[in-house]
Design a binder for this molecule. Structure first.
Ligand SMILES: [Zn+2]
Length: 261
């Protein structure tokens, strides 16, 4: 797998690109500040699939609570895998890179997010923003987060979540949050698919070569070794993309065909 910061940064880059292209009916933002909230949630959601791995960044993000959640997710993912695998899918001792690494999960996570906000309003909006933006801060600024400790990071996430709900209600809507969560999870899959083992992104709906959990991956030459030099290169490329997109979104939106309200 690629490292947490790379996933978060690729989520931010893809989130900014989507913020500039997604129409408002599909949850796309209508203001510059809204574009950054969208990308912030996407960056956080880009860490979600690795909740199936108790060793991952995300599982350590919120202390023991996220550790417990990671173990529950890992077991649930393995249960889904075991219940749906064919004879050709190998037996698995843990659930990493199974159920949460599928397009189906990306869609369901977005729908669940939208559903929670539609049902519980402000409480759900602020709660989801708090978790996603907190993850984004940890993923995008790992050194800052480590230096300041979890209290500061948690406080900053709470202020950002509350401020977004108060000042940018359209960015905290069911459709906007649902869309950005789905985009974030898809960004994670894209990051994992170019690494060695690939991901079963079409599982369990599409059967390939008799397998329901076929690992989709590119030709060997394009595969990237996790946390090797290519991972750093990918992180750098995503950071450059974030800087360029930030410039375009703020200073030259006409160039990318955007007219902020
Ligand atoms: Zn992953």
């Amino acid at each position: 797998m690629v490292m947490g910061p790379t996933h978060a940064m690729s989520g931010a880059a893809i989130g900014l690109a989507m913020a500039a292209t997604l129409p408002p009916e599909w949850g796309g933002p209508t203001s510059i500040a809204g574009a950054f909230v969208f990308a912030g949630v996407t960056a956080g959601a880009a860490l979600l699939p690795d909740l199936d791995s108790p060793q991952a960044t995300i599982a350590r993000s919120f202390g023991p609570a996220s550790q417990v959640l990671a173990h529950v997710t890992e077991n649930a993912a393995r249960a889904v895998y075991s219940a749906t695998r064919t004879k050709r899918d190998s037996r698995k001792e843990n659930g990493h890179r199974t159920a949460t690494h599928t397009i189906l999960f990306a869609v369901l996570a977005g729908l669940a997010t939208g559903g929670l906000v539609a049902a519980f309003g402000m409480t759900a909006s602020v709660g989801i923003l708090f978790v996603m933006l907190g993850l984004a801060l940890r993923g995008l600024f790992p050194r800052w987060a480590k230096k300041n400790g979890w209290l500061i990071v948690t406080g900053a996430s709470a202020i950002l979540a509350w401020g977004t709900w108060r000042l940018l209600p359209e960015s905290a809507s069911a459709i906007a949050l649902g869309a950005s969560v789905t985009v974030g999870v898809l960004a994670h899959l894209l990051g994992d698919v170019i690494t060695k083992r690939g991901v079963p992104m079409l599982a369990p709906l599409v059967k390939i070569s008799g397998k329901r959990w076929y690992d989709v991956r590119p030709p060997e030459i394009l595969r990237i070794r996790a946390s090797g030099p290519f991972d750093k290169l990918l992180l750098t490329a995503c950071t450059v993309a974030v800087v360029v997109l930030t410039y375009l979104i703020v200073f030259d939106p006409a160039r990318i065909g955007v007219a902020w309200a």
